[in-house]
Ligand binder design. Structure first.
Ligand code: ADP
Length: 232
């Protein structure tokens, strides 16, 4: 059986602003991510990594080009269809955790599942499983403000995987953490991605983290460039 393509970007262009102030950040980006692949998005600040991740995650619309998620053309899809795809097939981890401060870790991971229509029991069981996987078994009832930066980011990872997405998008997921915590949180992320067999597209400044993924790509002059092969 051939590997499934989870994300396909076809000739994506994105220009900000108009006329003389127009800034063309993406200028014909092509990318395919197959099931099980973990792709590092590297490159200097301002090269267009966040722009590309937002487009891939259906949070922003390209100026032109086509996006396929799990083989479905999302470019001309309605807002409702895009929202549905986003909440069922895609998980996000941002640089800052964006957890709900008045809710505990368990509730933060249950909430997206309840919104998606899961029962309380099912949502709780799966949240407990994910929180244990990210090493927070003893912290599930702590409110997010009571957790360390690394622990908060672990909850954010569990929350991103709560609805069993096919694709995980992460924008500098360990960028706010010290190097040691960053490495350990990143190992957890990689472990979960491999265990759940999902695909991931992860922006990072950190060459050591990028080297642990399947492939590395970079936005250079608005185009996507494939870098050398990786260890995985
Ligand atoms: P990176 O994530 O690699 O740091 P970004 O995608 O955030 O890069 O930004 C790429 C370029 O696009 C930068 O020059 C940035 O200033 C510009 N940019 C990003 N978002 C906007 C926006 N909403 N309006 C105008 N320019 C933007």
């Amino acid at each position: 059986m051939s590997e499934k393509t989870v994300l396909k970007l076809d000739n994506i262009c994105r220009t900000y602003g108009k006329k003389e102030t127009a800034l063309q950040v993406l200028n014909g980006v092509n990318l395919q991510i197959k099931s099980g692949e973990i792709v590092a998005l590297v490159g200097p600040s301002g090269s267009g990594k966040s722009t590309l991740l937002h487009i891939a995650g259906l949070l922003d619309t390209p100026t032109s080009g086509t996006i396929f998620v799990q083989g479905v053309n999302m470019s001309k899809a309605s807002d409702k269809a895009r929202t549905h795809m986003r909440s069922t097939a895609i998980g996000f981890v941002y640089q800052s955790h964006l957890l709900l401060p008045d809710f505990n870790a368990l509730e933060n991971v249950m909430l997206p599942q309840l919104i998606a229509g899961k029962s309380m029991k099912e949502a709780k069981e799966h949240a407990l499983f994910l929180l244990e996987e990210v090493g927070l078994k003893e912290r599930v009832l702590h409110r997010s403000g009571e957790l360390s930066g690394g622990e908060q980011q672990r909850v954010a990872i569990a929350r991103a995987l709560a609805n069993r997405p096919a694709l995980l998008l992460a924008d500098e997921p360990t960028g706010n953490l010290d190097p040691k915590t960053s490495q350990s949180v990143f190992q957890t992320l990689l472990h979960l991605v491999k265990q759940t067999k999902l695909s991931a597209f992860i922006a990072t400044h950190n060459p050591e983290l990028a080297a642990q993924m399947t492939r590395q790509v970079s936005v250079q002059n608005g185009k996507l460039v494939e870098l050398k092969g990786n260890a995985l």
